[in-house]
Design a protein around this ligand. Structure first.
Ligand SMILES: Cc1cc2nc3c(=O)[nH]c(=O)nc-3n(C[C@H](O)[C@H](O)[C@H](O)COP(=O)(O)O)c2cc1C
Length: 374
C-alpha cells in the first residue's frame, strides 16, 4: 500500500512525502519582486509544517510583464543571491523548493492600461475583459528566451526544480486553448500547432539547465469548457510530447474562468466541504496518467487524506498538491501525519486574497469559537 508519507524520488528530487504546496501568489514581495521578511516567513512555516515540496507563487520572467502586484520576480540576475540564501533556509527545514515561472498575459487586473500585454490572439479574457496584443514571431522568440534564462537563474538560485506555468488562462495555457488561440500560423489551429510554443519553451529551458535538472509543468487535464476548451485527449497529446522531451513530472489542474456560462468551474472551486466534491480533477487526471510514464501530480480540491490515499492506490497519480488548505494552515501536513482524520480549517470560501497580502480570511479576521462545521 502506498501512503501519502512515502519518500519519493523524481529525478534528482527526493521528497519526504507525496504532498506538495501548489503555487500560491502571496502578494507579499516588494514592488520589484524581491523577497520580504514577511514572505520568507510564510515559506518557512510551510517547510516547518511538513510539506514535502513547496512550489513558489508564480514569478515573472520579464520585468515589464507582471500579472499581479508584489509577486516574486526572476527576470534578471539581481535575484540570485537572495534566493540562494532563501532556498538554503527552506531546505534546512527538510522541504524542497521549486520555483514556478510565468508570463501572465490578459488574466490580469494590474495596471492593464500601462503596459503591452501579449496573447496568442486579441481575444478578450472572460473575467478581466483585457484584450491582449497578438504576439509576433519576434515576441514569441523573446518569450521563449525569457523562460530559458529565468530557468537558468532558478537553478543558480538553489531551487530544486523549476515549474512552467501553463495553466489557469495565463499565456502558455492560452496558446493551448482553442478559445484564446485563434491564430492561423504554425502556433494556432490543431493541437499540434497550439502546443508548439510550450514545447519550444521546454526545449529552450532544457538547453539552459541541462538534462538532469527537474523541469515541471502545470497544465490542464481539461478546460471543462465544451468546444471552447482544451479537451482531455488534447491534453494527453501535449503531455506525451512533453514526456518525450524530458519533462520531470506534470501537475494537472484544469477548468475555465467563464463565470457566466460555467460558474464555479475554475481551478479553485468554492464550497467543496463534502468529500465527494473534493479532488475534482482527479478522475480526468487519472485517465491521462494511465497513459504516461512520468509522475503525475494532481491539484484541485484535495483536503481529505483517506480520499487521497484511495486515489494513490487505485490510479497512477503519484503526488498531490494543495494551495488553499495550506494557505489557511501551513502545518496541516504535520497534523495529518499524526492524525489522518484531522479536518482542515479551510472552508473553500475563496477569500484568500487581500490587497495587504494574501492571507486566509480566517487568520486575518479570527472568528471566535467553533467556526467550522462539516
Ligand atoms: C491565493 C491564491 C494564489 C494562487 N496563486 C497561484 C500561482 O501563483 N500559480 C498557480 O499555478 N496557481 C495559483 N493558485 C491556484 C492553486 O495553485 C491551485 O491550483 C488551486 O487553488 C486549487 O487547489 P486547492 O483546492 O488546493 O486550493 C493560487 C490559488 C490561491 C488561492
Amino acid at each position: 500500500m502506498k501512503t501519502l508519507f512515502d519518500e519519493i524520488r523524481i529525478g534528482s528530487l527526493v521528497a519526504r512525502n507525496r504532498l506538495w504546496r501548489a503555487a500560491t501568489w502571496l502578494n507579499m514581495a516588494d514592488d520589484k519582486g524581491h523577497l520580504t521578511a514577511r514572505l520568507e516567513k510564510v515559506y518557512l512555516d510551510l517547510a516547518k509544517g511538513g510539506v514535502g515540496t513547496i512550489i513558489t507563487g508564480y514569478a515573472n520572467v520579464l520585468e515589464e510583464e507582471q500579472p499581479n502586484p508584489r509577486m516574486l520576480g526572476i527576470y534578471n540576475d539581481s535575484f540570485i543571491a537572495e534566493y540562494l540564501d532563501f532556498t538554503k533556509k527552506i531546505k534546512a527545514e527538510g522541504a524542497n523548493i521549486v520555483m514556478q515561472i510565468a508570463y501572465g498575459g490578459s488574466f490580469t487586473a494590474f495596471q492593464p492600461d500601462s503596459r503591452e500585454i501579449w496573447g496568442p490572439s486579441p481575444v478578450p479574457h472572460p473575467l478581466t475583459k483585457v484584450i491582449p496584443t497578438e504576439m509576433s514571431q519576434d515576441n514569441i522568440n523573446t518569450l521563449i528566451s525569457a523562460f530559458a534564462l529565468a530557468s537558468a537563474r532558478v537553478k543558480a538560485s538553489g531551487f530544486d526544480g523549476v515549474e512552467l506555468h501553463a495553466a489557469h488562462s495565463y499565456l502558455l495555457s492560452q496558446f493551448l486553448s482553442p478559445y484564446y488561440n485563434q491564430r492561423t500560423d504554425q502556433y494556432g489551429g490543431p493541437i499540434e500547432n497550439r502546443a508548439r510554443i510550450v514545447i519550444e519553451v521546454l526545449d529552450a529551458v532544457r538547453k539552459e539547465v541541462g538534462a538532469d535538472y527537474p523541469v515541471f509543468i502545470k497544465m490542464h487535464c481539461t478546460d471543462d469548457w465544451a468546444d471552447k476548451g482544451l479537451t482531455e485527449d488534447e491534453s494527453l497529446y501535449v503531455a506525451q510530447e512533453l514526456e518525450k522531451r524530458g519533462i520531470a513530472a506534470i501537475e494537472f489542474s484544469g477548468g475555465n474562468l467563464d463565470d457566466e456560462e460555467y460558474p464555479n468551474m475554475g481551478p479553485g472551486r468554492k464550497g467543496i466541504l463534502k468529500v465527494e466534491k473534493q479532488s475534482y480533477f482527479a478522475e480526468a487526471t487519472a485517465r491521462i496518467a494511465e497513459q504516461l510514464k512520468v509522475p503525475v501530480i494532481s491539484v484541485g480540491g484535495h483536503r481529505t487524506p483517506d480520499k487521497l490515499e484511495g486515489i494513490l492506490n487505485s490510479t497512477k497519480i503519484e503526488c498531490f498538491s494543495l494551495s488553499r488548505v495550506l494557505h489557511s494552515e501551513p502545518d496541516i501536513i504535520n497534523r495529518w501525519q499524526k492524525d489522518k482524520t484531522a479536518k482542515p480549517r479551510c472552508l473553500s470560501c475563496n477569500k484568500c486574497w487581500d490587497k495587504n497580502g494574501n492571507i486566509c480570511i480566517l487568520i486575518r479576521e479570527p472568528i471566535m469559537g467553533s467556526h467550522v462545521s462539516m
